[in-house]
Design a protein around this ligand. Structure first.
Ligand code: AMP
Ligand code: ZN
Ligand code: FE
Ligand code: FE
Length: 279
């Protein structure tokens, strides 16, 4: 059977409430689901209550955006309880950093002639991790664009005309804090870091030596060949090959929980191997 270890809910920038995400995952027969909202664990209690109604295991997780040397990496952290803890306590600071950044992005957009307000942005968000997707949704509501993704073509994409940096942890700190919190980490969608195999391998090795547990080999956007290659690299480096869909509900239209674009299968072994790495 299969699992999905990378899913977003309306606690961050997905459009389905946490309980609906769990019901959908159970409905297609997944044995486990990791809810990995950006910078927040606030969806976990509701997701856990929902999971108790179905034969599915709910893994508590989070997705972080971190710096490593001159690259940005998305890092998934698993088995973090929604309680105070070393990494958990930093999440609140990261969300405060988002607020500062969102205000600056809105100012830039206003200068560029898009008359949206922070109230418009906050109205798009159901949870406590507000970001660029919600700003994009406010632009949709204002009639400036048709869909969330259009805002990422130029305006809000990295280096785009309204782009603003935000505070991030370093990869090394995130790995250490996750470990101190009883969790384990995996690098999300590694191909967004670099397309160069040697560069990626050296980043994986550096971070493995810092305590990284896995890399996301089975990812929606990866071809079958890339999934196999990354799983082989993981095995070679003593890392776990993890995987997930990066489901966002209507935020990524047609991308399905569990199966991604239709051909994704994340083996149960990915979760069992991750579990073995818990500190
Ligand atoms: P933020 O967390 O505020 O930095 O926003 C980054 C998030 O925006 C990513 O995690 C994605 O969920 C979303 N995103 C990035 N690119 C796109 C895109 N082209 N279309 C829709 N959503 C996107
Ligand atoms: Zn997202
Ligand atoms: Fe990501
Ligand atoms: Fe994600």
């Amino acid at each position: 059977m299969a699992v999905d270890l990378h899913v977003h809910s309306s606690a961050s920038d997905g459009t389905d409430a946490p309980d609906l995400v769990v019901a959908k995952a159970a409905g297609i027969g997944l044995t486990a689901l990791a809810l990995t909202d950006h910078d927040t664990l606030s969806g976990i209690p509701a997701a856990r209550r929902a999971a108790a109604q179905f034969p599915i295991e709910l893994i508590s997780g989070v997705e972080l955006s971190v710096d490593h040397a001159d690259v940005k990496i998305h890092m998934l952290a698993y088995f973090l309880e929604p309680n105070p803890g070393p990494l958990q306590n930093r999440l609140e600071e990261l969300r405060t950093g988002r607020t500062t950044r969102n205000r600056r992005i809105v100012e830039r957009l206003n200068e560029l002639g898009y008359p949206i307000t922070m109230e418009d942005v906050l109205r798009q968000a159901a949870g406590d991790a507000v970001g660029r997707p919600h700003i994009a949704d406010a632009l949709v509501e204002a009639g400036a664009i048709e869909h969330r993704s259009e805002a990422f073509v130029d305006l809000l994409s990295d280096g785009g005309s309204a782009y603003v940096e935000r505070d991030r942890l370093t990869a090394i700190d995130a790995i250490r804090l996750a470990g101190e919190s009883g969790g384990v980490t995996s690098i999300a969608h590694p191909l967004t870091i670099s397309a160069d195999a040697a560069t990626l391998r050296s980043i994986f090795e550096d971070l493995r030596d810092a305590g990284l547990a896995g890399i996301e080999a089975y990812y929606s956007e990866h071809t079958p060949a890339i999934r196999t290659q990354l799983a082989n690299v993981a095995a070679d480096l003593g890392l776990v090959a993890t995987g997930g869909s990066d489901y966002h509900g209507l935020g990524k239209p047609d991308l399905q929980i569990g199966s991604g674009w239709g051909d994704l299968i994340v083996p149960d072994a990915a979760l069992e191997e991750l579990r073995q790495r818990r500190p």
